[in-house]
Unconditional design. Structure first.
Length: 164
C-alpha cells in the first residue's frame, strides 16, 4: 500500500484506538465498546506501563491500529498465555482491508515485542479471515483455548513465541 506510515501510538491517540477496538470487538462504535467491561479493559487507562502500540496512516488518515497490553490472570477470562505475554488488539478500517495494512502493522508490532523480549497472544473468532494472517506470521493455536465468544460463535487463543 503506497504512502503507508506506521508510527507509535501515543496517549493522544486514545480516541482513535477506541474506534479500532470497537472494530476488533465487533461493536458498532467506541461508546458501545466502552460499555462492555470485557472489551473496555483493552484500553481503559491507556497507556499503562508496558503498553505499546502502532498506528497505520495513509495520506494523514488513520486506517489501522494494533496494540499490546499485559493483563493479570484475574483480568482475563479468555485464552491467554501468561501474565508476561501481552495480548494484541488490532483493527483496520473496512475500506483498507485486504491490502496488506494488517500484515504490515502486525509485523511492526511483532518487531517491537521482539525488541522487548516478549511473545504475543491474541484471541480470534474461528471464522475471521485474519486468522490466516496470524498463522502466516507464526501465531499458533493455544491447545484447549477454544471458547464460546460473546456472539455465540467460537474464538481461539493464539500465541507467538519469540525465538532468539
Amino acid at each position: 500500500m503506497p504512502d503507508l506510515v506506521i508510527r507509535p501510538a501515543v496517549k493522544v491517540d486514545l480516541d482513535v484506538l477506541w474506534d479500532f477496538l470497537a472494530m476488533a470487538a465487533y461493536e458498532p462504535d467506541a461508546e458501545a465498546a466502552k460499555a462492555v467491561p470485557s472489551v473496555a479493559k483493552y484500553l481503559v487507562g491507556w497507556p499503562r506501563p508496558g503498553d505499546f502500540g502502532l498506528i497505520a496512516e495513509q495520506k494523514g488518515e488513520v486506517i489501522g491500529a494494533a496494540w499490546a497490553r499485559r493483563f493479570s490472570g484475574e483480568e482475563l477470562n479468555s485464552p491467554y498465555r501468561d501474565e508476561e505475554t501481552p495480548k494484541v488488539s488490532i483493527g483496520v478500517k473496512p475500506n483498507a482491508r485486504g491490502q496488506g495494512v494488517g500484515e504490515k502493522i502486525m509485523r511492526a508490532l511483532i518487531g517491537e515485542a521482539a525488541r522487548r523480549g516478549l511473545g504475543l497472544s491474541l484471541s480470534v473468532r474461528s471464522e475471521n479471515p485474519a486468522r490466516r494472517l496470524y498463522e502466516r506470521l507464526g501465531f499458533r493455536d493455544i491447545p484447549g483455548s477454544a471458547i464460546t465468544n460473546r456472539a455465540g460463535g467460537m474464538s481461539v487463543g493464539m500465541a507467538l513465541e519469540i525465538t532468539e
